[in-house]
Design a protein around this ligand. Structure first.
Ligand SMILES: *[C@@H]1O[C@H](CO)[C@@H](O)[C@H](O)[C@H]1NC(C)=O
Ligand SMILES: *[C@@H]1O[C@H](CO)[C@@H](O)[C@H](O)[C@H]1NC(C)=O
Ligand SMILES: *[C@@H]1O[C@H](CO)[C@@H](O)[C@H](O)[C@H]1NC(C)=O
Ligand SMILES: *[C@@H]1O[C@H](CO)[C@@H](O)[C@H](O)[C@H]1NC(C)=O
Ligand SMILES: *[C@@H]1O[C@H](CO)[C@@H](O)[C@H](O)[C@H]1NC(C)=O
Ligand SMILES: *[C@@H]1O[C@H](CO)[C@@H](O)[C@H](O)[C@H]1NC(C)=O
Length: 291
């Protein structure tokens, strides 16, 4: 009995629904006459046109008042982050581990470095950044004197990394125990790392663990300096050909050939003891050469 009742209600429901879609008695489609549907459609069309117009007007006003060359919403971050290449991560920490007797292992590191250094290709840099920069001085540019309403940027070429450029030794020291790492500091628009009277910012690497396993630390360019002429950075639109200055560090690993290293960019305007951002002003990594 119950099943029969159920069936009937179901049939009835379908019928009701059919009537709802097209009610031939009253000439209604989905509960409204076609005429009403036309009015409703027109109303909504007009409504959306007006809303879109208002939205576009708001965006346009916002864009008009923004200066594309100056960041209005600069990150509150005032001190730049520092990174190391090859950027190979272990569990949460950066672990640059390679096997000197396994070509695949050290080729992985040299490939990362070659890929990273591509924008620094000497030919490319000297073609894109033709301005004759004055070393040791901030490159302050108040006006857009470079072509296409941009500002000049100073070239930084791969060969400035000397023994770590990959030219003398295409393995970057990874086929033996003298690996090179590359330190890069993030860009911050309009940031001047020191005042004119102080030393320019430089990279200082210290051994946190395994001091006895590092015989020598060398910096390229000399003294690990990031020349002042690469600062300030004016933003991607103003300085499309800008590249960050780099510092390469070569470690001579001996003994057990592993160490925990901290590389810091030293300048009194760059803080490095931010508990919440371990990469602010410094980078810590493990370097390990296997055999
Ligand atoms: C290093 O590579 C060599 C050759 O592939 C291999 O025999 C050796 O076991 C590797 N060493 C380690 C510690 O993985
Ligand atoms: C730099 O670029 C030039 C031209 O694109 C190329 O011939 C040369 O091999 C590149 N040099 C390096 C070191 O990649
Ligand atoms: C760049 O500047 C230096 C020093 O002012 C000058 O000796 C050199 O000739 C200049 N080079 C070019 C290409 O203008
Ligand atoms: C590492 O490579 C460099 C350059 O290719 C070469 O001069 C050097 O002998 C190599 N060292 C070892 C241990 O294979
Ligand atoms: C530059 O900074 C140093 C260290 O904070 C300070 O002693 C010196 O007075 C500053 N010089 C100028 C010209 O601001
Ligand atoms: C590098 O840092 C270490 C440890 O903080 C310090 O002892 C050393 O003097 C620094 N070297 C330079 C050149 O600043």
């Amino acid at each position: 009995m119950a099943a029969l009742k159920e069936k009937r209600t179901c049939g009835r429901r379908c019928e009701d629904f059919g009537r709802f879609v097209w009610d031939s008695d009253e000439g209604k489609l989905m509960g409204r006459t076609p005429e009403k549907w036309v009015y409703i459609s027109l109303y909504y069309a007009a409504f959306y046109v007006v809303m879109t117009g208002l939205f576009c007007l708001a965006i346009w006003t916002l864009m008009y008042t923004l200066d594309p060359y100056a960041p209005d919403y600069q990150d509150r971050l005032k001190s730049p982050g520092v990174m190391v290449w090859p950027d190979t991560y272990g569990e949460e920490v950066i672990e640059i581990t390679y096997n000197t007797s396994n070509k695949d292992s050290w080729m992985k590191m040299t490939n990362i470095l070659n890929e990273f250094l591509k924008p620094y290709n000497d030919t490319t840099q000297l073609e894109c950044n033709t301005y004759n920069c004055t070393k040791g001085k901030y490159f302050i540019q108040k006006t857009f004197t470079a072509p296409h309403h941009t500002k000049w940027a100073c070239p930084f070429t791969q060969s400035m990394l000397g023994a770590c450029s990959g030219f003398e030794d295409p393995t970057f020291g990874y086929n033996c125990s003298m690996p090179c790492v590359i330190i890069k500091m993030n860009r911050i628009i309009n940031f001047l790392p020191t005042n004119q009277t102080e030393l320019p910012p430089y990279v200082n690497c210290t051994i946190l663990e395994g001091e006895e396993n590092v015989a020598k630390i060398e910096y390229f360019p000399d003294n690990g300096v990031m020349d002042r002429s690469y600062f300030p950075y004016y933003g991607r639109l103003a300085q499309p050909s800008y590249v960050n200055p780099l510092v390469a560090v070569r470690f001579n690993l001996v003994g057990e050939k592993h160490a925990k290293i901290q590389c810091r960019v030293v300048s009194h305007k760059i803080s490095y003891e931010n508990f919440h951002d371990p990469y602010e002003g410094k980078v810590i990594f493990y370097l390990k050469a296997l055999k």
